[in-house]
Ligand binder design. Structure first.
Ligand code: NAD
Length: 495
């Protein structure tokens, strides 16, 4: 642990817990082996606390608690589960500012982003599935001749929900909410890099009176606790969001055990800008799509394809817009770009900036390590725009997941589609045009789970969310998520 002097130096505007604990059977407790990992404040680079480095022994303990809680939770009426979840959402709402401050502190994102995007969405996730479950129905098939089939959708049992660091509480609750609403009990594992809001959330679950064991939260690294969680024989399904390589490792453990899996993985998303777009809005929104959350959203558009007649005009306006984005203290209201999440991630982003140079890219702006006053140890990188890179070079093919984008021109719709589809990924794309026919045609041709037309990251929680190719398997959101977390059973009666 660090000295209190260092923690004082950081001065978070909330009461900062320095020793996080697991949440098992409604109780906070350290990892059984008492090992810990260090926690860092990305805006200053200072260590501020520790989290448990849980192991297979903690997994066993948490799974047993979830198994004990399952029969009673699954037997509740949908109305009763819904009411319990709505109480939890209300308690979260009452703590919105605390959660927003903690998310910004732990992740490096501007606090106004956590306050207006991350935490409201985390609350909406709980409310959405708490109410969706009241509107589900199960199918019946009248087969004629006195035969009736109906389908029961039953909860699976104990499920694992594993989430990444970029939208910590937002993505954690996106998985937990449908799992709980459908009657499962959960062992959740947030990212070890940003566990703070999941820890605070566990306290709120207790405050809201969620029955012990219904939701258990284990902290620690993927290797130490994620792997045994995925492989535990009593875990019936794994809902995972994170990197493609991690998803492949998880699938290699879960698939031979025939577990259900929902894998939301990486992206290298194309943004297609046509000459007939609404120019000013497009420049502004494409910059937002590129650099929101420091470019650390799986949906960020990092390959910006621009139709040649407007290429130079777009480049000039886009670079001016990006250069005007203020990089700095996540606490400041006018900060557009906060700190990257970790030293290791900052190094990864900088190595890709070096690679883009080596591959012949021309840096139009940004790409520098910044040291805002008072935050000299923080992980800040100014948003970088490159041009002149071949669509098939590594900088245009590999996920950077940071504030680095490339611009390149195209001449025809087919060429734009060809470039857009040229990576192993297929998560999200955006298309900017005033020609509706073209918009629909291009949307059909893009190999992508999500296509936004003249907008970006407009989310309706009822829609299927997920990617194709190496961006994932399965869909989250709405009925898709409730179907994932239930097992259909056909009952056939002759009467
Ligand atoms: P990551 O894959 O390193 O880690 C994600 C989670 O998996 C963490 O909780 C981690 O501890 C855990 N984990 C790691 N190894 C594991 C293992 N062997 N078994 C079980 N769990 C394990 O990803 P990250 O660096 O936290 O997040 C960034 C990645 O997430 C990017 O690739 C990004 O595109 C992706 N992402 C995808 C979506 C989506 O919806 N498709 C959303 C957000 C982020």
């Amino acid at each position: 642990m660090q000295t209190s002097q260092q923690t004082d130096w950081i001065k978070p505007p909330f009461s900062l817990p320095q020793t996080l604990e697991n949440f098992i059977d409604g109780q906070h407790q350290p990892a059984l082996k008492a090992q810990t990992l260090d926690l860092y404040h990305p805006a200053s680079g200072r260590q501020y606390g520790t989290l448990p480095e849980s192991t297979a022994a903690d997994v066993q303990f948490a799974v047993e608690a979830a198994q004990r809680a399952f029969p009673a939770w699954a037997a509740l009426t949908a109305q009763a589960r819904s009411a319990a979840m709505l109480r939890l959402a209300d308690v979260m709402e009452a703590n919105l500012e605390l959660l927003a401050q903690a998310e910004s502190f732990d992740n490096g994102k501007p606090v106004h982003v956590a306050r207006t995007v991350d935490i409201p969405r985390a609350i909406s996730n709980i409310r959405f599935f708490a109410t969706a479950i009241l509107h589900t129905s199960q199918e019946a098939h009248d087969s004629g001749n006195g035969v009736l089939n109906y389908t029961l959708r039953q909860p699976l049992g104990v499920v694992a929900c594993i989430s990444p660091w970029n939208l910590p509480l937002y993505l954690f609750t996106w998985k937990i909410a449908p799992a709980l609403a459908a009657g499962n009990t959960v062992v959740g594992k947030p990212s070890e890099i940003t566990p703070l809001t999941a820890y605070l959330f566990s306290g709120l679950c207790r405050e809201a009176g969620l029955p012990p064991g219904v939701l258990n939260i284990l902290h620690g690294s993927g290797a130490s606790v994620g792997t045994p969680l995925v492989g535990h024989p009593q875990i019936k399904a794994v809902s995972f969001t994170g990197g493609t390589a991690t998803g492949a490792r998880i699938a290699s453990i879960a698939a031979p055990q025939f577990k259900k899996m929902s894998l939301e993985l990486g992206g290298k998303n194309p943004t297609l800008v046509f000459a007939d777009c609404d120019f000013d809005t497009t420049v502004k929104e494409v910059a937002r799509a590129a650099f929101s959350n420091q470019g650390q959203i799986c949906l960020c558009g990092s390959r910006i394809l621009v139709e040649r007649p407007i290429y130079e005009r777009f480049r000039e306006a886009f670079v001016a817009r990006v250069a005007s984005l203020k990089v700095g203290d996540p606490q400041h209201a006018d900060t557009a770009i906060g700190a990257l999440v970790s030293k290791a991630h900052q190094e990864k982003v900088l190595s890709y900036i070096e690679l883009a140079h080596a591959e012949g890219g021309n840096l139009l702006c940004g790409g520098e390590v910044l040291q805002p006053e008072g935050l000299e140890g923080g992980y800040f990188v100014s948003p970088a725009v490159f041009e002149g890179l071949d669509p098939w070079c590594r900088s245009n093919q590999e996920e950077i997941f940071g504030p680095v984008v490339t611009l390149f021109p195209f001449d025809t719709d087919d060429e734009a589609i060809h470039y857009a589809n040229s990576t192993q990924y297929g998560l999200a794309a955006s298309v900017w045009t005033s020609n509706l026919g073209r918009a629909h045609r291009v949307a059909r041709e893009l190999e992508s789970g999500i296509v936004w037309i003249n907008c970006w990251m407009l989310r309706d929680l009822r829609t299927p969310f997920g990617g194709v190719k190496s961006s994932g398997v399965g869909r989250e959101g709405g009925w898709e998520a409730l179907r994932f977390f239930t097992e259909p059973k056909n009952v056939c009666i002759q009467f």
